[in-house]
Design a protein around this ligand. Structure first.
Ligand SMILES: C[S@@+](CC[C@H](N)C(=O)[O-])C[C@H]1O[C@@H](n2cnc3c(N)ncnc32)[C@H](O)[C@@H]1O
Ligand code: SF4
Length: 454
């Protein structure tokens, strides 16, 4: 084998500046941008009717939030109505679960369950127990079920932490975003440091197997100095996993973000410095870097899966669950199968009306049967999850050619043997993993889309 890599001559900051253009996050390939209305209920029905012995992963969307955080790009509804909106919502979810399971020839097992949002802890204890019960009525929960939930720490209490664990959740994630009070005020999300510390204590007391915190880099009034304070707090809290997102600022599409003054946003150089500082601090304190924006303590299941080449990626990001089929319920929820990806109605009313009419509430999606597209999906997954991929050079000559430039910048190492080329992502390349994956995406070569890297 011959390694052809040259030493990188650009610093990580220069590399990020050079390659910083919109790239998809590749939680699927082809990406959600390729969804069309040609896929609907019929395709999901046909998929669900296939007999399978394999367990499923179930995603349940809980769209409600008590107030709007101005940066937020998630599909959510701000309301103070509490149980008045939750009760009918759970009625509709119950009906949707009946409809999807009635479309299956037999009862399926669940290996993974995730409640996302919005804010799943908008539901009170009785509502959470009702939703868990609905799921258990329709699926056999495996004894080692990986059950995870996203919560807003602002409204977390000790009782709630203990109840969620008691219900069966063993993984939990909460958003910190930034711990600095001025940054918090600038995004309408004020959570006192004391509440963040207490939240972590309660989650530890409840003995969750894995606790994740979300951070966002690039928020208004953030600076490398201020962000260091957030990183210090995170070191103290010592979560098992950290998601460090780059702020996706899309005021044209997300009207709430217009409350954020563009002048208050940190410069690109400041954002890269914050990402670099976070990377240095976390990796020198026992965290493994996973892809571009995830960190996990070396003993955590996600870090183990990454080291053992078992990492998988789906619409929820990196997972340890292997190639499980993903079924999503609730508005906007996405279901993912080998040949079919589909998304539920994004509008709450449209979703409710479809379910009330006895329809599977699919709004759009994509079917993929083309062998080349499936092969490209596999190559992108190998890059994103295993940081190494081997390809047939006779068929992927153009890609191999494009990879030479990334090799020259030290982002990958290339080697050739018997007409096959191996691409190995370097430590520097990890930051640009999406850019490296994009080499195998012909649509991306024609027209850049997605969100900026930093
Ligand atoms: C659906 S939210 C759930 C979190 C939970 N509701 C909370 O408030 O803690 C998931 C995460 O997406 C991230 N997020 C939301 N909007 C974002 C944006 N515009 N750019 C980057 N990350 C964003 C935040 O880190 C957030 O914690
Ligand atoms: S960050 Fe969480 S609580 Fe805030 S608006 Fe988004 S989903 Fe709701």
């Amino acid at each position: 084998m011959t390694a052809t890599s040259l030493r990188p001559s650009l610093s990580p900051i220069e590399l990020l500046l050079k390659y910083d253009k919109p790239v998809p996050r590749y939680t699927s390939y082809p990406t959600a941008a390729a969804f069309t209305g040609a896929v609907g209920e019929a395709q999901l029905r046909s998929q669900l009717s296939q007999p399978s012995e394999e367990p499923l992963s179930l995603y349940v969307h809980v769209p409600f939030c008590r107030h709007a955080c101005w940066y937020c790009g998630c599909n959510r509804i701000t309301t103070q109505l509490g149980s008045k909106v939750v009760a009918p919502y759970l009625d509709t979810l119950a009906r949707e679960l009946e409809l999807v399971t009635a479309a299956m020839p037999r009862r399926r097992r669940l290996a993974q369950l995730h409640w996302g949002g919005g804010t799943p802890n908008y539901l009170n204890a009785a509502e959470q127990a009702r939703l868990w019960g609905l799921i258990a009525r329709h699926f056999d929960l495996e004894s080692d079920l990986e059950a995870s939930i996203e919560v807003n720490p602002e409204f977390l209490s000790r009782d709630q932490a203990l109840q969620l664990r008691e219900l069966g959740f063993n993984r939990i994630s909460f958003g910190i975003q930034d711990a600095n009070p001025e940054v918090q005020r600038a995004v309408n999300r004020v959570v006192a440091e004391e509440q963040l510390r207490r939240s972590m204590e309660w989650l530890r007391e409840a003995a969750f197997e894995s606790v994740n915190v979300d951070l966002i880099c690039g928020l208004p009034l953030q600076s490398p100095k201020r962000f260091d304070t957030t990183l210090d707090l995170v070191q103290d809290l010592r979560p098992d996993r950290i998601s460090l997102f780059s702020f996706a600022y899309l005021p044209e599409q997300l009207p709430m973000q217009r409350k954020i003054a563009a002048d208050d946003l940190p410069s690109q150089r400041e954002r890269i410095t914050m990402l670099e500082n976070a990377n240095r601090q976390l990796t020198s304190h026992g965290y493994d870097a996973i892809g571009m924006d995830h960190y996990a303590l070396s003993g955590d299941a996600l870090a183990l899966a990454a080291r053992e080449g078992r990492l998988h990626r789906n619409f929820q990001g990196y997972t340890t669950g292997g190639e499980l089929e993903l079924l999503g319920v609730g508005p906007t929820a996405i279901s993912q199968f080998t040949h079919l990806t589909c998304q539920n109605e994004r509008n709450l009313k449209a979703w409710s009306a479809a379910v009330a009419a006895g329809r599977l509430p699919v709004e759009r999606g994509l079917e993929v049967w083309d062998a080349e597209v499936l092969e490209r999906r596999e190559l992108i997954k190998e890059v994103m999850c295993h940081f190494q991929v081997t390809l047939d050079l006779a068929r992927f000559g153009q890609e191999w050619c494009d990879l030479q430039a990334l090799d020259a910048d030290g982002l990958v190492q290339l080697s050739e043997r018997d007409g096959r080329g191996t691409v190995t992502v370097t430590t520097e390349g990890r930051w640009l993993i999406r850019t490296i994956a994009a080499v195998f995406d012909p649509q991306q070569r024609q027209r850049a889309s997605g969100s900026r890297l930093v």
